[in-house]
Design a binder for this molecule. Structure first.
Ligand SMILES: [Zn+2]
Length: 188
């Protein structure tokens, strides 16, 4: 996949602020607004990538629970970028608690494995989500080239905001694809 999420904040050794325990999500695993405001504080700004991470993390966690995964859940993500922060916020898997590892392979997919019975799920972005992510990045670049507070820039920024809102609130299956993995796939 050659989809690239706009790098906005370098992943700089996250230490504190790991949120543990129950995250808040609605029945269909759509994150609640409180989670996003927490994510914004944690990540330093709002971006498509961190929202993607939150969506992938919650969807994967719910899917693994449904698949009967037992024991502690551990996460592996295959790109070192913004989504990692979203995953840390909501999947209970953080860098600090050693339940998250990252391999920088330029692949936006999350594998969540249940430590006890080794069940595993893979969450990736839908084509639609990728397209919206790319669009928000392109609009952002256009906006940056315009004078601050110019009507054109304000309009673009509103469009970006609308995309973020959609990515935050869309039904899970519009944003995330889930696949059940065999135990050996889970260890990749
Ligand atoms: Zn970001």
């Amino acid at each position: 996949m050659n989809f690239r999420i706009a790098p906005c904040v370098a992943f700089a050794g996250v230490t504190a602020l790991a949120v543990m325990g129950n995250s808040s999500y609605a029945a269909d695993a759509t994150p609640e607004p409180a989670l996003y405001s927490h994510l914004e504080t944690f990540h330093g700004n709002v971006c498509a990538g961190s929202i993607f991470g939150a969506r992938l993390g919650i969807a994967a966690k719910e899917a693994l629970k449904e698949a009967g995964g037992t024991g502690r859940f551990t996460a592996r993500y295959y790109d070192l970028s913004c989504p990692v922060d979203g995953i840390q916020i909501d999947a209970g898997t953080t860098y600090g608690n050693k339940a998250l590892s990252v391999q920088d392979r330029d692949e936006h997919r999350l594998v969540l494995t249940a430590s006890k019975n080794k069940r595993a799920v893979e969450a990736s972005l839908t084509k639609k989500a990728e397209e919206l992510g790319l669009k928000s990045r392109d609009l952002g670049e256009k906006a940056k080239a315009l004078p601050a507070d110019s009507p054109e820039r304000v309009k673009l920024e509103r469009e970006i905001e609308d995309i973020y809102t959609r990515l935050k609130t869309a039904p899970t299956d519009e944003v995330v694809s889930i696949a059940l993995l065999t135990a050996s796939q889970g260890r990749r």
